[in-house]
Design a protein around this ligand. Structure first.
Ligand SMILES: Nc1ncnc2c1ncn2[C@@H]1O[C@H](COP(=O)(O)OP(=O)(O)OP(=O)(O)O)[C@@H](O)[C@H]1O
Length: 322
């Protein structure tokens, strides 16, 4: 059984001019021991998707579907139940991890507040665990006594990773945690996440990024989103080697390659802009930018069809059974 089973999830934002359909009928599963990648351009709904699993607050509104995590639907759990499982079963390293820690508290106080809220009673034991984990991420145990502002950006990032994983959550969500980092630090972060899995600190990871090249280094499977919908999902290597959806193909073509001189050979980006999620078309949401768009694309929604082993894509060009 999957650790997380999301079915037809719809999460919108209420605005004065209507609903922004940020996540609009998204389905996927995350298995135990799996690193599941969520990829797509800025604004496609990645952050909304993962944040809706943890905490929904206005203007974000749950509109339908389910997210079954360890047998419970996260969409119908009361807020205090959600709080209880946060950090201990389901945890997120937020997008701006460097600034996520309360600046007025020492790391050990932040951690103690959190542990106490989850029923831990022995402060010494918790602090010992904290120091152990700090060493694991190559930070001095003295960091426990410091305030977040005393740490460099990279150190704060690792401290946040320690805080998010201290209570051994089954599922860890990493939301664009590498985008503000240089390449070397990105690699360190990826290695740490691997290490957390190897050590059994976390069972599974959802890794959200716009960077497919980076995702290749960590993910087992990938889900590509466009304008609030899933356009392609499958094993990481298979999707990279045989991208089936025109959007995935263009996304891959827009990645810079080693050995190419871009003064001479132009980098092929994706033409046009994503559609407004306030009033999306009935059919395919990519049709305005798709080089292969056909007459019925704006009207008829393409279903996900099987294009390979555990590999699915949603495009009318692919035909087949849904
Ligand atoms: N508070 C909000 N109110 C209204 N619309 C919002 C709000 N937050 C996000 N959106 C819209 O929801 C859509 C999805 O945004 P989201 O942040 O989930 O995308 P993303 O893929 O994570 O992008 P990024 O990588 O830039 O964070 C976008 O159109 C965005 O403008």
């Amino acid at each position: 059984m999957a650790l997380l089973d999301v079915r037809n999830l719809r999460v919108y934002y209420r605005t004065p001019v209507g609903y922004v359909r940020a996540v609009d009928g998204v389905s996927f599963e995350v298995g135990e021991g799996e690193v599941f990648g969520v990829a797509g351009e800025s604004g496609c709904g990645k952050s909304t998707l993962v944040h809706s699993l943890i905490l929904r607050k206005p203007p974000m509104e749950y509109k339908g579907g389910s997210a079954i995590f360890k047998g419970r639907d996260l969409m119908s759990l009361p807020r205090d139940e959600l709080r209880k499982i946060q950090y201990s079963e389901l945890s997120i390293i937020p997008q701006y991890a460097m600034n996520a820690l309360n600046p007025t508290k020492r790391i050990k106080d932040i951690v103690w507040d959190l542990a106490r809220e989850h029923g831990y009673a022995d402060r010494r034991e918790v602090e010992e665990l904290l120091r152990e984990r700090l060493s694991m991420v190559k930070l001095s145990p003295r960091v426990a006594d410091m305030y977040p502002v005393e740490l460099s950006g990279g150190m704060r990032q690792r401290a946040t990773m320690v805080v998010s994983t201290l209570l051994n959550p089954d599922l860890l969500i990493a939301d664009e945690i590498t985008s503000a980092l240089d390449v070397t630090t990105q690699r360190v972060v990826i290695e740490l996440l691997h290490h957390f899995m190897q050590e059994g600190i976390v069972k599974s990871i959802i890794f959200v990024t716009h960077d497919l090249a980076l995702l290749r280094q960590i993910a087992d499977r990938v889900m590509v989103m466009y304008a609030g919908k899933v356009v392609e999902i499958g094993p990481m290597e298979e999707v990279l080697e045989n991208p089936a959806h025109p959007y995935t193909q263009l996304l891959l073509n827009s990645l810079p390659r080693m050995g190419v001189h871009y003064k001479r050979e132009r980098l092929s980006g994706i033409p046009g802009y994503p559609i407004s999620l306030l009033n999306p078309p009935r059919g395919c949401r990519f049709y305005t930018r798709c080089p292969f768009a056909m007459e019925h694309c704006p009207e008829v929604e393409p279903k996900l069809v099987k294009v390979g082993k555990e590999h699915y894509a949603a495009c009318h060009l692919l035909g087949g059974e849904s």
